[in-house]
Design a protein around this ligand. Structure first.
Ligand code: SF4
Length: 82
């Protein structure tokens, strides 16, 4: 099953947890706001299988619920499946 992820940058509080949990997936800008490294936070890049567990852990650990995970691409919209 495919996995896609995207950060809702409107709600990210720049806590840094996801960079620690999944440093190969999430990066952060000058303000500390997270984004998905692979595809500039469009949520359209399939996450490599070996990184999926890290993404799910980051999703669980995000204090603001800003990390979205789906089996379908987000097309740049973190609220697409809400
Ligand atoms: S864990 Fe959540 S709130 Fe913290 S930096 Fe990552 S996306 Fe933002």
């Amino acid at each position: 099953m495919k996995t896609f992820t995207i950060v809702n940058r409107e709600t990210c509080i720049a806590c840094g947890a996801c960079f620690v949990t999944a440093p190969e997936v999430f990066d952060y800008d000058d303000d500390g706001i997270s984004f998905v490294y692979f595809d500039k936070n469009q949520g359209n890049a399939e996450i490599p299988g070996e990184l999926v567990e890290d993404v799910l852990e980051a999703n669980d650990g995000c204090p603001s619920g800003s990390i979205k995970v789906s089996n379908m691409p987000f097309n740049g919209d973190p609220t697409k499946f809400e």
